[in-house]
Design a protein around this ligand. Structure first.
Ligand SMILES: *Cc1c(COP(=O)(O)O)cnc(C)c1O
Length: 494
C-alpha cells in the first residue's frame, strides 16, 4: 500500500470529495422534482393571469401601524418548499404596488410581458447559452444579430447598421451617447465647449447618460418647443449658428420619437436635415414610440427615423416583452465597435476565431443574459403581424379616450400622435394643480386602473398611456367611469 504523504493527501481529498458529492446532489433535482416545480409554477402563473384579469392595477401597500409586518424575505441553511416561496411571492411581491402585467396599467409607459417571452427566458436559463461572444455560441450570437438586423430593416436603416440588445432603453441610450462621443473623437479639452441640443421633454436617462459619459460639463441646450411640445427646427438652427459664431463646438442633436411625458414626436426629418448640413451626430430616442413605425397609418408621424446615426428602441415597451430588453442601433457598426470593444489576453481564443461581431464588443457587457431568445420566441410563436395590430389598437384606444374624456368636461392636451395623452380638470376660478393632484390621489386609492401625472409648464396634468398588450376597451371605459365618479364627487369650490 502506498503510504507516501502525497497518497495520504489524495485519499483524504477523495473522502472529502465523496462527502461533498452527496451533499451537493440536490443541485440537480430529480426529473420528478423538476416536473413538480414546473407544475407549481404553471399553476401559479395561471392563477396570476386570472387574478390580473379581474383584479386591481395598483395596490398601495397597507401596513398596519399596530402590527407592523416587515417583509418576510429571509434565508436558511436548508432549502424551502416552492409552495412556500410562491406564497411569499404572491403576498409581498405580486400584490403591492403597480401590476405591470395588468391591462389597467395606464401610467408611465406600461410594460406587459407576453407569455412566449417567459418561455424564452426559461429556455435561456436552462440551456444557459453564452450570447456574449460568437466563439462561445455562434448560434445564440447569430440569433441576436438576426433580431438587430430585423429591427434595422424595420426602421429602414442601411445594411451598415449594427447594434446590441440591452437590458433597456437607459443602457441603450448610454451606449449611443458614448459611441457618438468616441466617433467624433471628443477630447477632454473639448468637453466644456461641446454643445448637445435636445428638448426639455427628453427622457431623464439621457441626462444621466451624458453625465456618465463625461459630458456633464458640456452644454446641453434645450431647444424651444412648439405648442405640441416638439423641437422647433428654426430655433435649433439659430442656436447652432450662434454657438459656432461664439467658438463653441456643436456636437449632437437628440430627437425624441415619442416623449414619455406627452408622446410628442420631434420633427425627425427636419432634425436630420440640420444634422446633415451641420455635420452633427443625430441621435433618436424612440424607446417608447419607435415600434409604432410598424403601423402603416402611424409611419408618417415617425418619418425620418431611419436617418438617425443612433437609434434607441425598447422591445420591453413597444413589443410588449417583459422588462429587460432594450436595443440600440448604430448606422455604422464600425463606430459602435470602435467605442465598445476590448481585447483581453484571456480572450485570445475567442478573438482568433474570426466569427464576426460579438455582442461583448458592441456593448459594455461581457457575460450577459441570452435576451434575444425571449424576443425571438414572442415574434415566432405569434408572428409579426399581431404586434403591429396591437400597436394600432393601443393608439386607437388612446384617441378614443382623448375624445371621451372631453365629454366628461376635462380639458385635454393636443390630439395624441401615438398612445399617450394628457388631460386635467380645469373649471374656471379654482386651484387646478391642487384639484388635479386630488384626482390623482383618488385614482391611486381606488386602484382599479393606474395612471400617473406630470407637470408641463407649471401645470399638473394627468396622463394616460396605453401600451400594455392587455389593455382593452373595457379598461378605457373603466377609467372613464372612475373619472366620472371622482369629478361628480368633487366639492363645488376646491
Ligand atoms: C422608457 C424610456 C426610456 C428609458 O428606458 P428604460 O427601458 O426604462 O431604461 C428612455 N426614453 C424614453 C422615451 C422612454 O420612454
Amino acid at each position: 500500500m502506498d503510504t507516501s504523504p502525497r497518497s495520504e493527501q489524495k485519499n483524504h481529498l477523495l473522502d472529502t470529495i465523496r462527502n461533498y458529492h452527496e451533499r451537493t446532489a440536490l443541485m440537480e433535482p430529480s426529473p420528478e422534482q423538476w416536473h413538480q416545480w414546473m407544475d407549481e409554477v404553471h399553476a401559479y402563473t395561471e392563477s396570476f393571469i386570472q387574478k390580473t384579469d379581474t383584479g386591481n392595477a395598483y395596490q398601495q401597500r397597507i401596513t398596519d401601524p399596530l402590527h407592523h409586518t416587515p417583509w418576510s424575505f429571509h434565508l436558511e441553511d436548508e432549502g424551502t418548499l416552492l409552495s412556500e416561496v410562491l406564497r411569499e411571492l404572491e403576498q409581498d411581491v405580486d400584490q403591492p404596488g403597480i401590476n405591470p402585467a395588468s391591462g389597467g396599467h395606464l401610467g408611465y409607459i406600461p410594460g406587459g410581458g407576453v407569455l412566449p417571452a417567459a418561455l424564452g427566458d426559461l429556455l435561456a436559463a436552462v440551456t444557459n447559452r453564452y450570447a456574449g461572444i460568437a466563439f462561445a455560441n455562434p448560434g445564440a450570437v447569430a440569433l441576436e444579430h438576426f433580431l438587430i438586423d430585423w429591427m434595422a430593416t424595420l426602421f429602414d436603416m442601411p445594411s451598415t447598421t449594427g447594434g446590441n440588445l440591452t437590458s433597456g432603453g437607459s443602457i441603450a441610450n448610454l451606449i449611443a451617447i458614448t459611441t457618438a462621443r468616441d466617433a467624433r473623437q471628443v477630447r477632454p479639452s473639448d468637453y466644456e465647449r461641446l454643445v448637445i441640443y435636445g428638448s426639455a421633454r427628453m427622457h431623464h436617462c439621457l441626462h444621466k447618460a451624458l453625465r456618465i459619459a463625461g459630458l456633464g460639463y458640456s452644454l446641453l441646450r434645450e431647444v424651444d418647443l412648439d405648442e405640441r411640445q416638439r423641437i422647433r427646427p428654426d430655433h435649433l438652427r439659430d442656436l447652432i449658428t450662434t454657438d459656432r459664431a461664439e467658438g463653441r463646438i456643436p456636437f449632437m442633436i437628440i430627437g425624441s420619437a415619442g416623449t414619455t411625458d406627452t408622446g410628442s414626436i420631434d420633427p425627425l426629418d427636419d432634425l436630420a436635415d440640420i444634422a446633415a448640413r451641420e455635420q452633427l451626430w443625430f441621435h433618436i430616442d424612440a424607446a417608447y414610440g419607435g415600434f409604432f413605425y410598424m403601423v402603416p397609418e402611424l409611419r408618417p408621424a415617425l418619418s425620418g427615423i431611419h436617418r438617425a446615426d443612433s437609434l434607441v428602441i425598447d422591445p420591453h415597451k413597444g413589443l410588449f416583452l417583459p422588462y429587460g430588453t432594450g436595443a440600440v442601433l448604430v448606422r455604422d457598426i464600425q463606430q459602435l465597435f470602435a467605442s465598445q470593444y476590448y481585447q483581453a489576453n484571456y480572450m485570445q481564443d475567442a478573438n482568433q476565431a474570426n466569427l464576426g461581431w460579438s455582442p461583448a464588443d458592441l456593448s459594455p457587457e461581457l457575460t450577459k443574459h441570452f435576451r434575444g431568445l425571449r424576443m425571438y420566441l414572442a415574434l415566432k410563436l405569434f408572428g409579426t403581424r399581431v404586434f403591429s395590430d396591437a400597436l394600432a389598437e393601443k393608439a386607437a384606444l388612446c384617441q378614443y379616450f382623448h375624445l371621451a374624456v372631453q365629454d366628461l368636461g376635462f380639458a385635454v392636451g393636443p390630439t395624441p400622435q401615438l398612445s399617450v395623452t394628457h388631460f386635467r380638470w380645469a373649471p374656471p376660478g379654482q386651484d387646478h394643480n391642487r384639484i388635479n393632484q386630488r384626482i390623482m390621489e383618488r385614482i391611486h386609492a381606488d386602484g382599479r386602473v393606474f395612471l400617473s401625472s406630470t407637470t408641463i409648464d407649471g401645470q399638473v396634468w394627468i396622463r394616460l398611456a396605453v401600451l400594455s398588450f392587455r389593455t382593452k376597451l373595457r379598461h378605457i371605459e373603466a377609467t372613464l367611469d372612475l373619472l366620472r365618479e371622482i369629478v361628480e364627487d368633487l366639492p363645488e369650490n376646491e
